[in-house]
Design a protein around this ligand. Structure first.
Ligand code: SF4
Length: 285
């Protein structure tokens, strides 16, 4: 099997949680024995987006701010054989990309959405995002944000998801298992990863995550959506991690409901008529 790159995907700040997330993604792909040629990783704009230049082996795409989900969904529909992971940040996803998240959940596109949730816009030097806690001073809001903080889990659960999980960048072992389940889920797998950003988020440190996060454990019933929603949004005492919701009889994914594809043995990528574009390219160079 070809190899995934083992470079540190983040060369910007020491101690960034991006490294833990990438390690978990790589382990999940290797443990599922996915050849890199069977994996497409799509990156939004953000610190995590630097990974698109650092990771190796698999197919990669680096898109526009907040737009990673429609690209990943389109690629998956064109070639359902490819395991597609969309890496997104909390800044873009819960602001300019919000509409895409809403429609991705309701469409149940069979892709993984891995949210690097560091509760700020790290790439643009520490502005508050929609999920930044109210009393945390950030570079653009030294007195804290005046708006209410958005609860990502509450939003996602309001859209009837089929798979919701939460992990942290400092528990690579648990995150690896969550990502493996997400990749194997035939539908939209939303994975919220609480990620340390030691440079700009002085509140949600690795120490904070270790102290406040707690796995739901093996007795937890992940098929009960009401329990899952309550468990996910109630973070007062403890922040629950693990696969929080997995629909028992999951509705078919978007690809599985496409009438026009019923009975087809080939996929759209294989059906594209092959042509020589050399002539047109010459005009451009
Ligand atoms: Fe990581 Fe934060 Fe640095 Fe971005 S600003 S690379 S999220 S530590």
């Amino acid at each position: 099997m070809a190899k995934y790159s083992s470079q540190n995907p983040c060369t910007w700040c020491d101690g960034c949680g991006d490294y833990g997330i990438w390690t978990a993604v790589k382990r999940a792909c290797v443990e599922l024995e996915l050849d890199p040629s069977e994996v497409l990783m799509c990156f939004d704009i953000g610190c995590h987006g630097n990974m698109s230049d650092k990771v190796g082996g698999c197919y990669r795409f680096h898109g526009l701010h907040g737009r990673v989900l429609p690209f990943a969904a389109g690629a998956k529909i064109a070639n359902p054989k490819v395991n597609t992971i969309a890496f997104a940040g909390d800044g873009a996803t819960f602001s300019e990309g919000m509409n895409h998240l809403v429609h991705a959940v309701r469409s149940n596109y069979p892709i993984v959405c891995l949210l690097h949730n560091n509760e700020n816009y790290g790439l643009t030097t520490g502005q508050a995002s929609a999920v930044t806690r109210q009393d945390i001073p950030m570079n653009s809001s030294p007195n804290g944000i005046p708006e209410a903080t958005l609860n990502p889990m509450d939003l996602v659960f309001s859209l009837s998801p089929t798979f919701v999980a939460r992990g942290t960048s400092c528990d690579i072992k648990q995150l690896t298992e969550i990502i493996k389940e997400g990749i194997q889920h035939d539908g939209f797998a939303y994975i919220d990863v609480l990620q340390s950003c030691p440079t700009y988020n002085k509140f949600m440190t690795d120490e904070f995550l270790r102290e406040h996060c707690s796995s739901v454990g093996s007795d937890y019933d992940a098929s009960d959506i009401e329990l899952a929603r309550k468990t996910a949004i109630d973070t007062e005492d403890k922040i629950a991690t693990g696969v929080l919701y997995r629909a028992k009889n999951s509705r078919p994914s978007f690809v599985g409901r496409l009438k026009s594809r019923e009975g087809k043995k080939s996929n759209l990528v294989e059906e594209v008529e092959k042509g020589d574009v050399g002539e047109f390219m010459e005009e451009l160079v």
